[in-house]
Design a protein around this ligand. Sequence first.
Ligand code: GDP
Length: 302
Amino acid sequence: ESLDKGLEKSSQGFFDKISRAVIGKSKVDDEVLDELEEVLIASDVGVNTTVKIIERIEARVERDKYVNTSELDKILREEISALLLENPHSQTKNIDETKKPYVIMVVGVNGVGKTTTIGKLANQFKSQGLKVVLGAGDTFRAAAVDQLVIWSERVGVPIVKQNMGSDPASVAFDTVQSAVAQNADVVIIDTAGRLHNKINLMNELSKIKRVMQKVLPEAPHEVLLVLDGSTGQNAFEQAKQFTAATEVTALAVTKLDGTAKGGVVIGISDQFQIPVKYIGVGEKMEDLQLFNGEEFVDSFFK
Ligand code: GDP
């Protein structure tokens, strides 16, 4: 239900636009498909994924000859579901509990909701009875460390930090070491999301990995890229840059409650073939959900 509420704006915007596109039309024809294409692009599904979806619908229209516009919702929903399910990881489980501690390294640019997502995740894990340790690896911004400390207090989990300006890799090392010593289940390490240039980003992230591997050779088990779902094409661009700089294993798409552009989830999942694992649908501690492709499409099409 909270998913439906969180995606209210996306689904409303989407349906209003589709309804407008088919007004006075009974048959799905080229004109309707052109309108639909515009609606998908305006919802930030992205050009490549939009073209893919339109081609699939065209093929159906071709095959079935007469397709009523009243069926367009249903057909679109089927094609989008199929697309999401083609991403082999569209339904992921939370963490692998056989890996202990399970280390999640969180990447993304400032302002996308990285700190909030870490806080929400810590809360989820803790309420599942898991022992969590946070690492304040964004040492370039005092505010980032302060915010994460606030979240650690709110959730009630320990945090490892150093002084501002210290080496993020050193924070990662300390955090994993402390988690191992405490026999923790999950480690969540923040990093600085500075996209100043690709080589620097690559070097920074690989150093953090390399140094934490001195404590735990198989870490990190997850590299979670946080993207702001309300920024549309910027989110695509950031996904491109981070995936080029490091091996991103999962995505968290935030702020889907405040946008009519939830289509970004569909496009990003399709284009990067990296599982969208979490979606943020509000500012509160509980407003983070494990992504489920089918549920998402259901809510989107409510
Ligand atoms: P960071 O700079 O990436 O660490 O971003 P923050 O975690 O500080 O978040 C930036 C702002 O976005 C804050 O005001 C958060 O409350 C807000 N925010 C984060 N996630 C969500 C979300 O899913 N929905 C909404 N509406 N706001 C969010």
